[in-house]
Design a protein. Structure first.
Length: 86
């Protein structure tokens, strides 16, 4: 096991990853992946640095995959939760 990987220190690292987004059946990109994808070894199967790896593994027949490529610079929850009160 590679203990020096970036996701070992924090499941929400400062890096953006491609990940399977099952709500839209396509691969997303950013820091807003579900927390469980970044811990307990799941990160090796669910977090990708190259979009085509995520698409080929989880959604090989999806068009326009990955559906997002914009680097997320702020906190992970701000992408989809802009209209919800804190």
């Amino acid at each position: 096991e590679a203990e020096d990987e970036p996701w070992v220190a924090s499941p929400y690292s400062m890096s953006n990853y491609y990940f399977p987004d099952y709500e839209v059946n396509n691969c997303g990109f950013g820091r807003d992946y579900p927390a469980w994808m970044g811990i307990n070894g799941y990160e090796k199967s669910y977090l990708f640095t190259v979009g085509s790896e995520c698409c080929n593994r989880y959604f090989p027949n999806a068009g326009n995959c990955p559906f997002e490529n914009t680097v997320q610079l702020d906190y992970f929850w701000t992408t989809y939760e802009d209209n919800i009160d804190n």
